[in-house]
Each structure stands twice: as structure tokens, then as C-alpha cells.
Write a protein that binds this ligand. Structure first.
Ligand code: GZL
Length: 324
């Protein structure tokens, strides 16, 4: 339920006298600015929650720190905003502050990553990607790729560059990837480490793995940015990313499309749609009209490669329609 009716407010003395619609105030606690995906996600909110569209957006960048997000939520409560939107950096540790918002009757909508709470009435709805499916899709593509290159029965050594540990994107993708590795007796997980969803950390971690593991056939990078870092580390080690070592990434942003289509450093990229602004605005509009909304709302996602195998679409065919 919306917190209060957003009545048209007749203006007081000294004003035009015409009724003007009150802006809906939305406090948005964003994770940070760690990746291209995040920048596109932030832009989607800033493009949607404009005054022209009837909103006042209060935006906070938590620099990937949960304590900063909790502070931002408390700040929104203090300002008595109409809605709080959170992209939770990790899944746990939110019950207390969500209860404070509930006590103040401020509806909370989750976007992007999920929260684990004992009472799911603490938030109204969640919009985001199906992270487990994304991980499974990456495995499906690798199966098809190995089949098509006559390597289905080879010993395949796999590295998993994980996202921020405890983030639902990392939890779901890792689960899908590990499930796939365990289902193939000839697939071996030779290294698994977080690169914090950033290019720099991804490169640093991949450099150390390349020094300690002598045969690597595949790298799953749980976002494009870590994939970029891994590609640089692989090149620096004198190997060719996309050829000597297969690179599968998640997000499917502009740069990933370029790498799949042009220089071939990425072999496959699994989409995670960041354009959540309009979806969250839809939820708020429905609530403002006294309607009810579905609790869990997945965004549409695909997978892209060069040749369209394993359920992927050819990136070159999809390129004209891409928005981020
Ligand atoms: C996914 C999102 C992840 C992206 C990363 O919904 O939470 O966080 O995959 C981003 O690029 O850092």
C-alpha cells in the first residue's frame, strides 16, 4: 500500500491558485559505481524518476558498503520519503532497518539484488535478473561449445571469478556454474575467487590464478568488468583470451558485445538487464493507484555469442536493438 494519498494539493495564498500534483519522493539506495552494469542501472533510474515524470529522486551511492546503504535508508526515513528503493549490496543484514521503514509506513521496493529476510512483508516487491538461470545458461553454452569443437570428453579445467560474495548475483551465478561443473566428471573447478565485480580486482585475481594453475581451459567471469580484467591478465601471461582460454561473462553490456563480435576475447556473454527504472516506476504507479503488485518480477534476459549455439543469439544480429 502506498504510504499516503498523493492528493492534488490546492496551492495556498500567494500562489497561482491552481492545484498542482505533489511530486512523489523516491529515495534510492544504490550499491555503488563498480561496473558498467551499475552505471547503466543508475542512469535508468535517473532517466525515469524525473520531475517531469512526477518524481523527486534522492539518490545515494554506497560505494559497495552495506553500512552506507543502511545509513542512506535511515536518512530517507528521516526525510519521510514516499518510497524507498534499495539495490542491496548483499542479501543479509537488512531486517532492522526495513522494520524502521515499515514502522514509519514507508513502502520499500527492491531492485537488482535480493534480500534474505524472515518476514517478506518488509518489502513490497523485487525486480531483477534470474541469477541462477544466468549461471545455468552459461553452462549450457559451454556444453554446446565443447560439443561443437569435439572436446566434450576432454578434461576441462575451469576458473570461476566470482562477484561480491553474498550478493545474490554472485550466489545465483556461482550456484548455476558449480552445479554444471559437478554434473560433468571431466570438468574440474581449479580456482574460485571473488573479483568484487570490478575490472581491477578481476585482473589481479586472474594474474595470481594464472601463476598457480598450469592448465586453464575456461574462465567464467561473473560480470563483464572482471572478464575484461581476466582478458588482460591472460594476454599478459602470453595466452590468447577467447582462444587458448574460453571466456564466458555475465551482464552482456556494450563492451562485451564488442568483444564477442570484433576482437573475440569474450566467447559468450549472458545478459542481466540493468534497465530497472521503468519497472520500478510501474510498481510505484500501481501502488499509488491503490493496486497490488507481484512480489517477484524477473526482467527478460538472453545470452549472446558469435555463432548462435547453446541457446545463445548471434551478438551481431542483436546489436542494433541493444540499449546499454
Ligand atoms: C546484477 C548486478 C551485478 C552485475 C555487476 O544484477 O547486481 O552487480 O552483474 C554489478 O556488474 O556490479
Amino acid at each position: 500500500c502506498a504510504k499516503k494519498d498523493n492528493q492534488t494539493t490546492a496551492t495556498g495564498a500567494g500562489n497561482s491558485g491552481s492545484a498542482e500534483k505533489k511530486l512523489i519522493t523516491v529515495g534510492y539506495a544504490q550499491v555503488g559505481a563498480e561496473s558498467d552494469w551499475r552505471l547503466a542501472n543508475t542512469q535508468s533510474f535517473k532517466d525515469t524518476f524525473t520531475e517531469a515524470n512526477g518524481y523527486k529522486l534522492i539518490f545515494d551511492d554506497a560505494q559497495q558498503k552495506q553500512e552506507n546503504q543502511i545509513k542512506a535508508i535511515r536518512n530517507f526515513i528521516q526525510q519521510d520519503v514516499d518510497y524507498i528503493v534499495v539495490a542491496p549490496v548483499v542479501e543479509t543484514g537488512w531486517e532492522t532497518v526495513l522494520q524502521e521503514a515499515k514502522d514509519q509506513r514507508i513502502p520499500v521496493v527492491l531492485s537488482d539484488r535480493q534480500m534474505k529476510v524472515s518476514d517478506d512483508s518488509l518489502y513490497l516487491a523485487w525486480v531483477g535478473g534470474n541469477f541462477l538461470k544466468e549461471g545455468r545458461d552459461g553452462v549450457k553454452w559451454l556444453e554446446a561449445y565443447l560439443e561443437s569443437t569435439g572436446r566434450a570428453n576432454d578434461q576441462i579445467n575451469i576458473v570461476d571469478l566470482q562477484g561480491t560474495i553474498g550478493a545474490s548475483a554472485q550466489v545465483g551465478r556461482t550456484k548455476g556454474i558449480v552445479e554444471g561443473i559437478e554434473a560433468h566428471s571431466n570438468w574440474n573447478l581449479v580456482a574460485q575467487q571473488t573479483g568484487e565485480f570490478t575490472q581491477a580486482k578481476g585482473q589481479e585475481v586472474m594474474e595470481s590464478i594464472l601463476k598457480s594453475v598450469d592448465k586453464i581451459d575456461v574462465v567464467f567471469a561473473e560480470n563483464d568488468d572482471m572478464g575484461r580484467g581476466a582478458a588482460d591478465a591472460i594476454k599478459a601471461a602470453g595466452k590468447v583470451p577467447g582462444k587458448d582460454i574460453i571466456l564466458i561473462t555475465f551482464d552482456a553490456g556494450k563492451d562485451a558485445f564488442d568483444r564477442v563480435i570484433n576482437d573475440g576475447t569474450f566467447n559468450c556473454t549472458v545478459e542481466c538487464n540493468p534497465l530497472h527504472g521503468p519497472r520500478v516506476a510501474e510498481i510505484i504507479k500501481t501502488l499509488e493507484a491503490g493496486g497490488t503488485v507481484d512480489k517477484i518480477q524477473y526482467v527478460v534476459e538472453e545470452m549472446f555469442d558469435k555463432d548462435g549455439i547453446g541457446g545463445a543469439r548471434k551478438a551481431a544480429d542483436a546489436l542494433p536493438e541493444r540499449k546499454y
